[in-house]
Ligand binder design. Structure first.
Ligand code: ATR
Length: 277
């Protein structure tokens, strides 16, 4: 193809092909900002991922989102920024200074969603993070970057919490799952990164009544949108940040890198994606 004659397009690379809200989000921004461009889903099996990424530009793409199972490989095949390196996975690729570069936009998505939903949340002295998977890494990196001094990391499998905490230094302390109740009264910020509360999964059993009066509660689960945890927190009048907000905010950076304009997370976009959940 001849570059410069076609409108820019990005893609979401995953395997197997799965339903994603990303096309809806990026098409909304392209439309409302009046940018001629595209965003498509590309189902690429693991064995073909390397070749696909190396030929991304030849295929006519200005960049890509990367999802399961390719995020670690995407990191290895590109020049990652600090966030992607710290999280150990890249979810966004773009070209900068002639190189294929990568970042992990979950960090920014998590933090910017909190800023939007609960300004001042970073005044919390102690945070309690539940879960020690990939999502938890992005959350921990964001919290430390924002200067939260003490993060308690609780996970059903304590060894995973220990291993993750080790990578983040002294401000992250691994704690046993059954000590959550003891830590809630000190948690100015509570974050659920586990799958508990997700549609089809068991509920997250904890007493939100134990949280301090001005606590902020974030849940990364977004199906259902209002998890039992968020409902309990809101019932107490606490500020909350939901998983859909994080999903929308994490998409901002990719769009900006590919299409050159920083889009906004509007109530209209939220309603559009909510209708697709
Ligand atoms: P992700 O990359 O989305 O964070 P993950 O790596 O599969 O996903 O991690 C899922 C998290 O949910 C883990 O912290 C997991 O706990 P374990 O490390 O003990 O597996 C947590 N989780 C899943 N089901 C759970 C349950 N029934 N009770 C408590 N924690 C659970």
């Amino acid at each position: 193809m001849t570059s410069g004659t076609k409108s820019p397009a990005a893609c979401l690379i995953g395997w197997p092909a799965a339903h994603s809200r990303s096309p809806l989000i990026h098409h909304y921004w392209l439309r409302t900002l009046g940018i001629e461009g595209g965003y498509v889903i590309e189902a690429v099996p693991p064995g073909e991922f390397g070749d696909f990424v190396l030929r991304l530009s030849v295929r006519g793409f200005v960049g890509a989102n990367v999802t399961i199972p390719h995020k670690e490989r995407a990191l290895a095949l590109s020049k990652p920024d600090d966030r992607a390196r710290a999280v150990g996975a890249a979810n966004t690729l773009w070209f900068g200074d002639g190189e294929l570069r990568s970042t992990n936009t979950d960090v920014e998505g998590f933090i910017n969603n909190l800023d939007a939903c609960a300004p001042g949340w970073d005044g919390a002295e102690e945070a309690l993070v539940l879960g020690a998977g990939g999502a938890s890494r992005a959350v921990l990196f964001g919290l430390i970057e924002r200067g939260i001094k003490r993060v308690h990391l609780a996970n059903r499998t304590l060894s995973r919490a220990r291993a993750l905490a080790d990578q983040f230094g002294a401000s992250v302390a691994p704690v046993a799952w059954d000590s959550i109740g003891d830590l809630l009264p000190r948690a100015g910020l509570l974050v659920n990164t586990t799958s508990l509360g997700m549609h089809g999964q068991p509920a997250l059993e904890l007493d939100a009544g134990l949280l301090p009066q001005n606590a902020v509660v974030a849940d990364l689960v977004y199906v259902p949108l209002q998890t039992p945890l968020l409902a309990a927190a809101q019932g107490r009048g606490l500020k909350t940040a939901d998983g859909l907000g994080m999903l929308l905010h994490q998409a901002v950076r990719g769009f900006e890198l590919w299409f050159g304009r920083r889009p906004e997370v509007t109530p209209e976009l939220r309603a559009l994606v909510e209708a697709d959940l």
